[in-house]
Design a protein around this ligand. Structure first.
Ligand SMILES: Cc1cc2nc3c(=O)[nH]c(=O)nc-3n(C[C@H](O)[C@H](O)[C@H](O)COP(=O)(O)OP(=O)(O)OC[C@H]3O[C@@H](n4cnc5c(N)ncnc54)[C@H](O)[C@@H]3O)c2cc1C
Length: 394
C-alpha cells in the first residue's frame, strides 16, 4: 500500500460506520469494516428513524445514495399526535390537520425510514469483501508509534492499522484506548410492544396511532408509538425506575402476555382506556430496553491513529431522536477529512483532530437537546411543551 494511503479499520457496521465506509468507497479509499454480528441479517434492526436534512440526509447525498433513500423514505410518516394520560388529544397531525407539504419539499423536514432499509442501502453501497462479519473486537493494542493491532474474539489478530475508527456503539471497545469513561444508566427503562401488520390485525392500534408517531408524556413515565414502513407499530412504555428494574420488579418477562398485563396495570393502570388498549393490543412481541448514556460533553485527549464516531463517542437516550443523525453526520465529516488527507496531502492526524473538534461541539449540542427531551418527556408538563414546539414548526 502507498505510504499516502492509510490502513483504515472501522469497527462496527451500524449507520455511523457504514456511512463512513460508503463515502470512503465512493472516493476509492480502501478500508476494512469489522462487525460482531455473524451476518448482515444477524439480528432485528429495530424501529424507524427520522433523517434530518443536515444529518442523515446530507450524509446519504455525499454517499451517492439519495435516490435509494427516496425509494424507502416515508415523508408521510413525519406526523405527530400528542395525547394526555387522561386521553385528551392535544395535537393530531393526521387527517384534516395534516401539514401541507409543497411538491419537492417532502424531504425538508424529517422523513422516516425503517432502520432495516437504511442498513440495506448503506450495505449495498459497500463492497461485500470490505466487511468482515463475526469479528467481535476485544482489544485495540498499540504496536508502535501510531500503529495498532486488533484482537478479535475468534482468536485472530489483524495488524498494522494507521487509523482505527470506533463506530462500535454504546459499549465501544475502541473507546478504552482513549478514555476510561463508561456509559451510565439514564434512569429510564422501557418495554417495547409490537403490533404487527397493524392495519389488518390491530385496526384500533392503527387508527389510534395514525400515520406516524403518537406520544403521551407524564411525570416519570411516557408512552411513545411509531409506525414502521413494514406495517408494524411499535409502542414503548418507558418508566423512570432503578437500573435493575427488569430483574428486580417481580414480573416474569418470559411469560410475555402476563408480563404485559402486569406492567401496564402497575405503571399505566390509571391512564385513559385508549392508552391502555394501545399497549395491551400490541401483543405480538415484547422487548426490554435499559437506556444508557455518556456524560453530556464527553471528550478525550487526541491520540494519533484512533478516533470514535456515533454512539461510541456520544451515546444518548432516544428522547430527541437525533442519535442516528449524529452518527451519520460524524461518518460524513470524518470521511471528508480522510478524503482531504489522502487526495490533498493534509496530514491524517490534522484532519482527525479537526473532525474531533467539530464532532465534540456538535455531539454536545445533540446531547443537551436529548437531555431536555428526557426531562420534558418524563414530566407532567411534557405534553404541553411538546405541542408548543410542534406549533412552532419543529
Ligand atoms: C430504543 C431506541 C430507539 C431509538 N430511536 C432513534 C430515533 O428515532 N432516531 C435516532 O436518530 N436515533 C434513535 N436511536 C439511537 C440510534 O439507534 C443510535 O444513535 C444509532 O444507531 C448509532 O449508530 P452507530 O453506528 O453509532 O452505532 P450502532 O447502531 O450501535 O452500531 C454499532 C455497530 O457496532 C457493532 N459492534 C459493537 N461492538 C462491537 C465489537 N466489540 N466488535 C465488533 N463490532 C461491534 C454492532 O454489532 C453494531 O453493528 C434509538 C436508540 C434506541 C435504543
Amino acid at each position: 500500500m502507498s505510504s499516502s494511503i492509510p490502513n483504515i479499520a472501522i469497527i462496527g457496521a451500524g449507520p455511523g460506520g457504514l456511512t463512513l465506509a460508503a463515502i470512503l468507497q465512493r472516493n476509492s479509499i480502501p478500508f476494512t469494516v469489522y462487525d460482531l454480528d455473524a451476518s448482515p441479517h444477524g439480528r432485528n434492526q429495530g424501529g424507524t428513524l427520522d433523517l434530518h436534512p443536515q444529518g442523515g440526509q446530507l450524509a446519504l447525498r455525499a454517499a451517492g445514495l439519495w435516490d435509494e433513500f427516496v425509494k424507502y423514505a416515508r415523508p408521510e410518516s413525519d406526523v405527530m399526535k400528542v395525547v394526555t394520560p387522561a386521553g385528551k388529544v392535544l395535537w393530531d397531525g393526521n387527517g384534516p390537520n395534516a401539514r401541507v407539504v409543497e411538491a419537492g419539499k417532502e424531504y425538508d423536514h424529517r422523513p422516516e425510514i425503517d432502520r432495516e432499509k437504511l442498513k440495506k442501502i448503506l450495505l449495498e453501497a459497500v463492497e461485500g469483501s470490505r466487511i468482515k462479519w463475526g469479528k467481535k473486537l476485544l482489544e485495540v493494542k498499540e504496536a508502535g508509534e501510531g500503529s495498532y493491532d486488533l484482537v478479535f474474539g475468534d482468536g485472530e489478530t489483524e495488524r498494522g492499522f494507521d487509523l482505527v475508527v470506533g463506530a462500535d456503539g454504546a459499549w465501544s471497545k475502541v473507546r478504552k484506548v482513549l478514555s476510561d469513561e463508561m456509559p451510565f444508566y439514564s434512569g429510564i427503562s422501557g418495554v417495547e410492544f409490537w403490533a404487527d401488520n397493524a392495519d389488518e390485525k390491530h385496526p384500533f392500534v392503527s387508527e389510534f396511532v395514525g400515520a406516524g408517531s403518537m406520544f403521551s408524556f407524564d411525570e416519570g413515565r411516557a408512552i411513545q408509538a411509531q409506525r414502521l414502513g413494514s406495517g408494524t407499530i411499535r409502542t414503548y412504555g418507558n418508566v423512570r425506575v432503578p437500573e435493575n428494574f427488569f430483574k428486580e420488579c417481580g414480573i416474569d418477562w418470559e411469560k410475555k402476555d402476563q408480563a404485559r398485563n402486569e406492567f401496564v396495570e402497575r405503571y399505566f393502570g390509571d391512564c385513559a382506556d385508549v392508552l391502555k388498549r394501545l399497549l395491551m393490543e400490541s401483543g405480538d412481541d415484547l422487548v426490554l430496553r435499559t437506556l444508557y448514556m455518556l456524560p453530556v460533553g464527553f471528550k478525550w485527549e487526541e491520540k494519533r491513529g484512533v478516533t470514535l464516531l456515533g454512539d461510541a463517542a456520544h451515546l444518548m437516550t432516544p428522547f430527541a431522536g437525533v442519535g442516528v443523525n449524529a452518527a451519520m453526520w460524524d461518518g460524513l465529516d470524518l470521511a471528508s477529512g480522510i478524503v482531504e488527507s489522502v487526495k490533498g496531502g493534509k496530514p491524517l492526524d490534522v484532519v482527525v483532530k479537526e473532525y474531533e473538534t467539530e464532532m465534540f461541539s456538535r455531539g454536545e449540542k445533540f446531547a443537551q437537546k436529548t437531555m431536555r427531551g428526557l426531562k420534558g418527556h418524563f414530566s407532567a408538563h411534557g405534553n404541553g411543551h411538546f405541542v408548543e414546539r410542534l406549533k412552532g414548526g419543529e
